[in-house]
Ligand binder design. Structure first.
Ligand code: IFM
Length: 456
């Protein structure tokens, strides 16, 4: 891969004064300390140990050791000058069996973290679930069972009771689409199930969990709640009716299945019939008004009708031939080290399509993740990526989309799930090779810090 020379760039356009600038991480990807202070096992501990699917054979038992080094990480956040820090709470650290007795030491960790953030002037933005289901719940059926949604509501209550006095902004779930598709339909992520369309109950039960958690958080007095859904434009591989139909179907799975019920209180036609009941009653809970809607954006997808000649891999994922669509590379654009297409204008397109599709039902949007994997500390490519995506975001705002914040994925290099430590998404470099886990701010960290100063 070539390193781009630093480029003179015009300053970013001005974002509103109260725009929330932040960075994101998740518990399992950074904390480590998986067997410390009473933490229970999660589905990802088991998957990394036994599935053989982690590309570098690693696990997240140490990750970046954030559990012990969080003061250093909070200092990095402070120096970066972000307003908010999105992290996730490990369910297994707080409730080692997923339900029942609370692990006081686990809750204490998040209490210390939140205190440190407040002290540093950085707003804590916890995500309550970022894929790391407690193993005990998985063994009882996990997200295929409706019961898991109720256990999640109890977990939410425990966390909100402890942190709610200092946390103003909550995210219920991260990317339920990926947990459904990668974890349960394709078997690429934990818990490694390959159920194809029989995975759909996992989508519904997560959305139900979201709705129940919103209720709990409101009861606890929270006035700022959102969800972080992953979305991207779906482009038909050609103009043929077959390719367009396949692209619409993919759009339904990635975008509408997770946004429609939350924003409109209904599942898209063709999906509702496949979901476990009583869906209608659940939809009332699922569609309670949110204060903002979180969008994680990485890249668009080019989709066509099933095609034996189409690539069998997309974004590191094996695409099974029995699916009713094929996935094709977006060509003629730069690519990240993860081979993801870099298409900033797709972010503008996505947000405009949401505005048009959901109208007044779309609350203000927060970009809860956007970022890229590149190697090296002088990461000019990441700067180019972030700069271009922020301009694309601003264009959507100029066109009338109400966007209130932007979080970079990620503060620091971390354990990228089935990719292990190979894909580096951080603004801060972590020394995995030398094993010191030293933190070194990359060029992109300095760039973002300067850009934020300029905004102010
Ligand atoms: O690392 C992940 C994160 O956990 C969820 N969103 C996408 C990121 C990059 O793959």
């Amino acid at each position: 891969m070539t390193t781009l020379p630093p480029e003179p760039r015009p300053p970013l356009p001005r974002f509103p004064a109260n725009f929330l600038w932040g960075v994101s991480t998740s518990a399992h990807q950074i904390e480590g300390a998986v067997a410390e202070d009473g933490r229970g096992r999660s589905v990802w501990d088991a998957f990394a140990a036994a599935s053989g699917r982690i590309k570098d054979g690693s696990d997240a038992s140490v990750a970046v050791d954030h559990y012990h080094r969080y003061p250093e990480d909070v200092a990095l956040l402070k120096d970066l000058g972000v307003d908010g820090y999105r992290f996730s709470v490990s369910w297994s650290r707080v409730l080692p069996q997923g339900a029942g007795s609370v692990n006081a030491a686990g809750l204490d960790f998040y209490d210390r973290l939140v205190d440190a953030l407040c002290e540093a002037g950085v707003r804590p933005v916890p995500t309550l679930f970022h894929w790391d289901t407690p193993l005990a719940l998985q063994e009882a059926g996990g997200w295929l069972e409706r019961d898991t949604a109720y256990r999640f509501a109890e977990f939410t209550d425990v966390v909100a009771a402890r942190l709610g006095d200092r946390v103003g902004r909550w995210i219920t779930l991260n990317e339920p689409a990926e947990l459904t598709m990668l974890g349960h339909a394709l078997g690429e992520h934990a818990p490694g199930k390959r159920l194809l369309f029989d995975a759909l109950p996992v989508a519904h039960h997560q959305l139900l969990a979201h709705g129940l958690a919103v209720d709990v958080l409101r009861t606890r007095g929270s006035g700022s709640i959102g969800i972080a859904n992953s979305h991207g434009p779906t482009w038909a591989a050609s103009d043929s009716a077959e390719d367009r139909a396949a692209a619409d179907f993919y759009d339904l799975l990635l975008n509408r299945l997770f946004a429609d019920p939350v924003l409109t209180g209904a599942y898209p036609e063709g999906i509702a019939e496949l979901l476990p009941g009583p869906v209608d009653d659940d939809l009332r809970l699922i569609s309670q008004p949110l204060d903002w809607y979180g969008v994680n954006f990485y890249q668009p997808t080019r989709v066509g009708a099933p095609d034996p000649a189409a690539p069998t891999e997309f974004a590191g994922i094996t695409v099974p031939p029995e699916l009713p669509f094929s996935v094709h590379p977006v060509t003629g654009v730069p690519r990240t080290a993860f081979d993801w297409a870099v298409v900033p204008e797709a972010l503008t397109e996505l947000l405009l399509s949401f505005r048009d599709r959901y109208g007044d039902s779309l609350p203000p949007v927060v970009i809860t993740e956007n970022g890229c994997s590149y190697d090296g500390i002088d990461d000019q490519e990441r700067i180019a990526f972030l700069d271009a995506h922020l301009r694309a975001l601003h264009r959507a705002m100029d066109a009338g989309v109400d966007v209130r914040g932007y979080f970079v994925w990620s503060l620091m290099d971390n354990w990228e799930w089935a990719e292990g430590y190979a894909q580096r998404f951080g603004l801060v470099h972590i020394d995995f090779e030398g094993g010191t886990l030293d933190r070194t701010p990359k060029a992109s960290y300095g760039w973002l810090r300067d850009a934020l100063r300029a905004q102010r």
